[in-house]
Design a protein around this ligand. Structure first.
Ligand SMILES: Nc1ccn([C@@H]2O[C@H](COP(=O)(O)OP(=O)(O)OP(=O)(O)O)[C@@H](O)[C@H]2O)c(=O)n1
Ligand SMILES: C[C@](O)(CO)[C@H](O)COP(=O)(O)O
Length: 231
């Protein structure tokens, strides 16, 4: 039987590292907010039944308006209010889904490729959980608080983790509940699922799937967007 899929797109952050008055997910890229570009990619995947956009409570109405203006206001997209941390926002989004599986994605990663999302879905159906990632290119050092190198981990086993991250909905909800009970804060959702003792499969993605985080990322995003238009 075909499994049902939903997606949670988190866009409730403040974007403090971007240092703009507007939250970074609402900054315009080619006349459209960044999170709308992200939504457009997910809308191209027919297997995804419901898309939950999570944003700050004061931004719910304007997000709904942007979605309507962009022609993405079909029955599949809902907007809900998130929480203080990314993890809280993801959990708020998960509550709204009733699908077998879920993709969790940062609203500020608009350059994710549909074929990579689909590869992640396929791997999650096979292994239970899967995340997009790329092998690290730099040598990574572990450094002490006084700025001295303490270790050089073997680079061949290091990957830089991206989103989407794909899970069985019941597993990731269980993982979030355990994190809440034990006061654990992770920097991604896979960490929470790993704490349940479950295996998470790495799916190789692309270095272009950046998380727009700091001002120089906007220049790169504009450059990427121009390239996509000219193709
Ligand atoms: N309370 C939060 C915090 C983050 N996010 C979302 O999680 C994604 C990745 O987080 P990050 O890039 O760290 O975003 P911010 O928290 O907004 O950035 P910063 O840490 O610079 O403030 C973003 O799409 C962001 O909107 C969220 O939905 N809810
Ligand atoms: C989930 C994530 O995008 C994977 O790279 C990342 O961990 C989010 O971290 P942030 O510091 O909250 O942006």
């Amino acid at each position: 039987m075909t499994k049902s899929w939903g997606a949670v797109i988190v866009a409730a952050g403040r974007g403090s590292r971007m240092k703009t008055s507007e939250s970074k997910q609402f900054l315009l890229l080619q006349d459209k907010p960044i999170f709308i570009h992200t939504l457009e990619v997910f809308n191209r995947i027919p297997m995804i039944k419901d898309i939950i956009v999570v944003t700050g409570a004061p931004d719910v109405k304007r997000c709904e308006e942007w979605i309507k203006q962009s022609g993405l206001h079909d029955h599949r997209t809902f907007v809900v209010a998130g929480g203080k941390e990314r993890q809280d926002s993801v959990y708020a989004g998960l509550q709204k889904l009733e699908t077998d599986y879920v993709l969790i994605h940062d609203g500020v990663r608009p350059f994710v490729q549909p074929d990579h999302i689909e590869a992640c879905m396929k791997a999650a159906e096979q292994f239970g959980a899967a995340v997009l990632a790329v092998p690290v290119k730099d040598t990574i050092k572990q450094v002490s608080t006084d700025g001295m190198i303490t270790a050089t981990p073997d680079r061949s086993s290091l990957w830089s983790i991206q989103t989407p991250q794909a899970f069985r909905l019941s597993d990731v909800i269980e993982a979030h509940k355990l994190a809440i009970e034990s006061g654990f804060a992770g920097t991604d959702d896979a960490m929470l699922v790993e704490r349940l003792g479950r295996q998470v499969k790495i799916v190789e993605g692309s270095y272009t799937n950046i998380k727009i985080t700091t001002p120089e990322d906007l220049d790169y995003a504009a450059f990427m967007q121009k390239g996509e238009r000219e193709q």
